[in-house]
Structures are given as structure tokens and as C-alpha cells.
Design a protein around this ligand. Structure first.
Ligand code: ADP
Ligand code: RBF
Ligand code: MG
Length: 391
């Protein structure tokens, strides 16, 4: 069954890994969105972060994206003009492209175990160099790099992956490709390689585009090397994975009004528009961390980040459940969150009861893990308790 890692058996063992760059290891998507947000704002319109537009733009070529933006935001320019303007901004921005969650961890792990790594990217060699220059330790991690302008045909042709395998002196069948785009998945499969897809947009629509992949993951955080014959990660602490901590905050606002409190799972919602690109940088999933509530204290949290597949929401939100019984609501109060660990990807469930049961399991995992290092150390972070003006 495609997409089921459990079906892997000895014939899927690999000893080389070939990685895509944009959207797989670094977040050029958010950078482009920042550029579009700026241009749209210049025309007096407000950019919608992580709305349905994100799904509409998936897998489209740059000019098609520009055309759909001109239409959706009713911009007084042509698609060509918009594309040209966005490209002029983006050329100077590669240094701001951030490593995607789990990317540096994956490279370090493979390198530590002497698994040869190739990079196969459709972008020109010059751009690859600029992008890698800002990621410490990355360039040295790749044994070979093949750029889009170093082959006759880019992805979806298998040429770029075959060339990488040749330079690695590896049989294609012993190579594992990790890719975020449907065209890249096609290229990797056409090269006769195993392909793990990590779609940059987690949606039901997107998933059907990746049916050719051997496995489809929510993000690199969910990659299990041992299923492909590679050494396993050993950095999980119990059932939680330590991540680079991230902070967010704001006044508690009304959420979806689904009466989650009635279900025993109240989630304190933050105004996501104000978080801007901060939210799109983090992969959807269930996390643990600490919350600071002004005048009340610091509490453990378990939270979901994403589109809540069970409810099929139209926008990405954060849903933190503070693991404490409060006698009253705290709408309007300043809430600070430090997210320190990852538990699992978002899932869909066949019934509300099963969703609730799973959320309670998540809460137990979070409660236990937050007593352990490194998670426990963040409860003293000043960000949780410092009033806004003093920061
Ligand atoms: P909403 O639709 O506003 O999200 P919920 O039913 O999810 O409604 O309730 C969330 C509200 O419940 C929070 O904004 C907060 O004021 C209150 N609340 C009480 N206890 C908690 C808790 N332990 N964690 C999160 N929110 C809580
Ligand atoms: N929603 C989903 O659709 N799928 C999930 O896997 C999921 N996991 C969650 C885990 C936690 C810890 C929390 C707090 C929420 C989760 N939710 C999930 C979101 C849930 O549907 C939502 O918070 C409430 O329904 C409030 O809108
Ligand atoms: Mg809520």
C-alpha cells in the first residue's frame, strides 16, 4: 500500500539519501508569501496568511500563482507585472529563508552515521549556493549537488536524480529521495528510487497529488529512517521530540465556538492574523509547551497547530489547552506560549469520541514529558511572565 511505512520490507532498504532543497529543507514558500504580502499591501489589500489561497497555489508555476493572486486580490496589475516584481524582491532574500523543522536534524543525523547525502534541486547552481551559504553545516553535509542548470531536463524528468546517483556511485534502487513537490516525486520514482513525500501544504486535496510516493509524511519530524534501513533517530524523550523552541503570544480571543469546553477540552485561541508568517513556518501537528497568563501563573500546555482535519477548518490555527482547572474564562487576558516539543501529526478520526480520547492521551504525554529535561527548563523563561511593554 502506497503511503504505509509498515509495508516496507527488506527490498526497500537504502544506503544513500538524495534531498530536494526548496520546500523540503528550506522554507522558500513563506519567503515568497512575505513578498506577495508586501506587494498586495502596497496595492491597499490585506494578505491572508494560511488561508485557502495557500492550497490553491500549490503545485502551480510562478506565473499561474501570480495570475490567481491578481484575480483573488483584484490587483490593478497584470500577472506578468506581479511576477516580475516578486522575483526582483526574492533574489535578495535567500538569506532569510529558514531551515524547515527537522531539516538540520536530518542532515546531522545522516552525516553522523556516514550515510552519503546528495542534493538535487531544480534551481540554478548560483541560487543553491546563496541559499546554502546561510545554513551552518549544510554545504559540508552534501557529498554531491546537482542543480537545475546542470542537467538537460529538470524535474519531473528523472535526469537530475540519476545524475546525483551516478556521482554518488550508487544504484538508483539503493537511493531514498525526500521531496515536497508532486513533480519531484514523479522525478524520483521515474529514476527508480524510493520516494518519501513531505508535502509543504497539508491538505486532503494535496495528498492525492502525491499518490506515486512510497510514503507521504506530514513533515520531516515524522521521518523514521529505520523503516528504510537507515539508523534510527535517538533524540525522542519519551513520546515527545525536543524542537527549537518558539514563542507566540497575544490576547485570548473567541475561537470557533464549538463548545470545546463542554467536551472538557477548552482551547484558548490567539488572533492568528497578528502572528503573520510565524504560523506558516511551523508544521501542523500536536505540540507541548508552557503557557504564561498575566496575573495567574505558568501552566503546562498541549496544543494543536493546523487545519483540524476532523472539522475541516479553512485556516491554520493554534489551539492550546492549558492543563489546569480554571474557575473562570480568561478572554482578553494576555497569553504567552513557548512551544518546546512535538508529539504527532494532526489526524482525522472516525468519531468525535476517538478524537477526544486521543487528545486526552496527548495531554498525558505532555504532562509527563514537561517534567523532564529539556522541556522542564523552559517554564522559567522570562517571555512567559514579562509584561508587553517591558520586552
Ligand atoms: P472558543 O470557541 O472560544 O475556543 P472554548 O470552548 O474552546 O471556546 O473555550 C476556550 C476558553 O475557555 C478560553 O478562551 C479560556 O477563556 C477558557 N478556558 C478555561 N479553562 C481553560 C483551559 N484549561 N485551557 C484553555 N482555555 C480555558
Ligand atoms: N483536531 C483534529 O482534527 N485532529 C487532531 O489530531 C487534533 N488533535 C488535537 C490535539 C490537541 C492536544 C488539541 C488541544 C486539539 C486537537 N485537535 C485536533 C483540535 C480540536 O479539533 C480543536 O481544538 C477543538 O475542536 C476546538 O476547536
Ligand atoms: Mg478554542
Amino acid at each position: 500500500m502506497a503511503g504505509s511505512p509498515a509495508s516496507n520490507c527488506s527490498n526497500t532498504l537504502v544506503d544513500h539519501v538524495i534531498l530536494d532543497l526548496d520546500g523540503t529543507l528550506i522554507d522558500t514558500e513563506t519567503l515568497l508569501d512575505e513578498v506577495y504580502a508586501k506587494i498586495v499591501w502596497k496595492y491597499g489589500k490585506k494578505w491572508e496568511w494560511d488561508g485557502i489561497g495557500l492550497i490553491k497555489r500549490l503545485g502551480k508555476r510562478p506565473l499561474e500563482v501570480a495570475a490567481s493572486l491578481v484575480e483573488d486580490y483584484e490587483l490593478p496589475c497584470t500577472a506578468d507585472e506581479l511576477l516580475e516584481e516578486s522575483l526582483s524582491h526574492v533574489e535578495t532574500m535567500w538569506s532569510r529563508a529558514k531551515a524547515l523543522p527537522g531539516a538540520t536534524r536530518l542532515l546531522k543525523h545522516l552525516r553522523a552515521h556516514k550515510i552519503p547525502i546528495g542534493l538535487a534541486s531544480n534551481s540554478p547552481a548560483k541560487n543553491i549556493r546563496s541559499k546554502l551559504a546561510y545554513q551552518p553545516g549544510w554545504l559540508e553535509s552534501f557529498k554531491v549537488i546537482v542543480a537545475g542548470d546542470e542537467v538537460k531536463e529538470g524535474k519531473p524528468s528523472p535526469e537530475i536524480y540519476l545524475e546525483a546517483a551516478k556521482l554518488l556511485k550508487a544504484r538508483p534502487s539503493s537511493c531514498l529521495v525526500i521531496e515536497d513537490s508532486p513533480t519531484g516525486v514523479i522525478a524520483g520514482k521515474a529514476a527508480g528510487m524510493k520516494v518519501v513525500a513531505v508535502p509543504s501544504i497539508p491538505s486532503k486535496i494535496a495528498r492525492t497529488l502525491y499518490s506515486g510516493a512510497d510514503s507521504v509524511l506530514n513533515s520531516l519530524l515524522d521521518f523514521r529512517p529505520e523503516l528504510w534501513g537507515l539508523p534510527p533517530f535517538q533524540d525522542w524523550v519519551g513520546k515527545a521530540l525536543p524542537i527549537e523552541p518558539w514563542c507566540l503570544g497575544g490576547p485570548v480571543i473567541k475561537g470557533f465556538g464549538r463548545g470545546s469546553k463542554v467536551l472538557g477540552i477548552p482551547t484558548a485561541n490567539l488572533p492568528t492574523a497578528a502572528l503573520g508568517s510565524q504560523l506558516s513556518q511551523h508544521v501542523c501537528g500536536i505540540y507541548l509547551g508552557w503557557a504564561g497568563l498575566s496575573n495567574r501563573g505558568v501552566y503546562k500546555i498541549v496544543m494543536s497547530v493546523g487545519w483540524n482535519p476532523f472539522f475541516d477548518n479553512a485556516a491554520k490555527t493554534v489551539e492550546p489547552w492549558l492543563l489546569h482547572d480554571f474557575p473562570d474564562d480568561f478572554y482578553g487576558e494576555e497569553l504567552r506560549l513557548i512551544v518546546v516539543g512535538y508529539i504527532r501529526p494532526e489526524a482525522n478520526f472516525s468519531s468525535l469520541e476517538l478524537l477526544i480520547e486521543r487528545i486526552h492521551e496527548d495531554a498525558e504525554i505532555a504532562k509527563a514529558a514537561l517534567d523532564l529535561l529539556p522541556f522542564s527548563s523552559y517554564q522559567d523563561d522570562k517571555f512567559l511572565t514579562t509584561p508587553l511593554a517591558k520586552q
